[in-house]
Write a protein that binds this ligand. Structure first.
Ligand code: GAL
Length: 423
């Protein structure tokens, strides 16, 4: 009896001790999360994750400092200024691949997060190809929350039926059959938005025209930017631009994607955050209210990008950041975020096979992700981030008003020679 009492007492004391230790290490204070998911088809996933984090860590005050502007066009500039001034946020959104490695890891601005991957067993549950994109010299530098696909073409099946057009298999069909038929009917054949969405469109055209090896060669120096093939990409791209909305330079991706739903445009090429917009903001049924195909001529290939978050050196409230990154990379966190974002979970321990959580769009994208040939996105900084993308965006902006393939290819060639780290 006495022994039992003593044991119970010890257990109670131990529980109290553990409780005290947990209370002591549980993070508190402000946690600033910097991203470009500020609303309009972008914010729901992040907000759901923050709500979950707050339940788990009620003493942490999350400061959501999202800067609007698709693909981070504005956020990147704000971030660079803050980092230069020695004022990093707790954590910031960063694209896996070139943006992470060539910009922030190269600047020695990031603390490795390998310890989180090891503690959580993520070295085994993240795909090796993705681990390679977030690692340098044996250290992992960011936690990916998703996999997005860039080369997707969106449409509304009943609209196509009404207009008597079908999904074009390649750009030739689009330019010779689809575009003229739709223009005749007063419908914008393909909607597109401001410069970054044009770069986004360009990469789909480049993949279609150059094929997987040719496209990869743009980044490793084996495809000549002034070759006939690349000139052909710009020529085709110019003809495609002539099939797009005139106000393209004035709108971001959301209004361009919405044109398809409104029935003012037939097609839009955008990453699968558009699925997030259609599913969450417009509450459309996949396959009915909106449908998708690989962008023309890219069936079997998947232009990937991945949103990740990192731990900047000197991050305020490091403990809270580590707790946030741990949730973000977990199967649980990814299953909260991705069904709202339109993206696939990056962590293979997540429940992608749950078709109620991940609807028909995700199932289809997952099939492609696991069977297609994978290449990296330029518009979303998996390849060519920093100086190349900045210069290339300028030439694409110029091309929108004065399409001249030879000039564009020459500028791109010079940029590539000066800025791409070609071995
Ligand atoms: C991408 C980002 C996506 C989405 C998109 C539109 O760069 O990876 O998650 O936010 O921009 O803003």
């Amino acid at each position: 009896m006495k022994l039992r009492l003593t044991l119970i007492l010890i257990a109670v004391l131990l529980a109290a001790l553990v409780g005290a230790v947990i209370a002591q290490v549980a993070p508190s204070g402000d946690l600033e999360i910097f991203s470009w998911w500020a609303g309009g088809g972008e914010a729901a996933g992040l907000e759901a994750l923050i709500a979950h984090f707050n339940e788990e860590y009620p003493d942490v005050n999350v400061v959501n400092s999202a800067v609007s502007g698709g693909s981070g066009v504005n956020a990147r500039a704000v971030l660079a200024t803050r980092m230069q001034a020695g004022d990093p946020p707790g954590t910031f959104q960063i694209h896996a691949g070139s943006a992470l490695n060539d910009i922030w890891v190269a600047a020695e601005a990031m603390e490795p997060v390998t310890f989180i991957f090891e503690e959580q067993g993520w070295m085994e549950t993240y795909p090796q190809g993705l681990l390679d994109l977030i690692s340098r010299d044996g250290e992992v530098y960011a936690v990916p929350v998703n996999i997005h696909r860039s080369n997707v073409m969106w449409y509304v099946p009943t609209n196509l039926e009404e207009w008597g057009v079908t999904v074009p298999a390649d750009w030739e069909e689009f330019l010779t059959v689809t575009c003229p038929a739709l223009q005749e009917a007063g419908i914008v054949p393909l909607s597109v938005g401001t410069t970054w969405t044009q770069v986004h469109l360009w990469e789909s055209v480049a993949l279609a025209e150059l094929g997987v090896e040719g496209y990869k060669g743009l980044w490793d120096g084996t495809t000549d930017w002034e070759s006939e093939e690349v000139l052909g990409v710009f020529d085709t791209y110019g003809q495609i631009l002539a099939c797009t909305n005139e106000d393209r330079d004035a709108i971001d991706w959301q209004p361009a994607s919405q044109m398809v739903i409104d029935g003012t445009a037939a097609f839009n090429i955008m990453g699968d955050w558009a699925a997030g917009l259609y599913l969450v903001d417009f509450e459309l049924e996949p396959g009915v209210g909106f449908a998708w195909a690989a962008s023309p001529g890219t069936d079997g290939a998947f232009i990937m990008l991945s949103d990740a978050f990192g731990l900047p050196n000197g991050a305020p409230n490091r403990d809270a950041v580590v707790a946030w990154l741990t949730l973000l990379g977990s199967a649980e966190g990814q299953d909260i975020f991705n069904p709202l974002k339109g993206s696939l979970p990056a962590n293979t321990a997540a429940n992608i096979e749950d078709a109620e959580l991940y609807n028909a769009y995700f199932q289809d994208a997952y099939e492609d992700w696991t069977t297609n040939e994978i290449v990296g996105s330029l518009a979303h900084e998996a390849v060519g981030a920093g100086e190349f993308l900045n210069g290339f965006s300028e030439l694409i902006a110029q091309f929108s008003t004065e399409p001249d393939s030879a000039t564009a290819a020459a500028i791109a060639a010079e940029l590539a020679a000066e800025t791409l780290a070609v071995e």
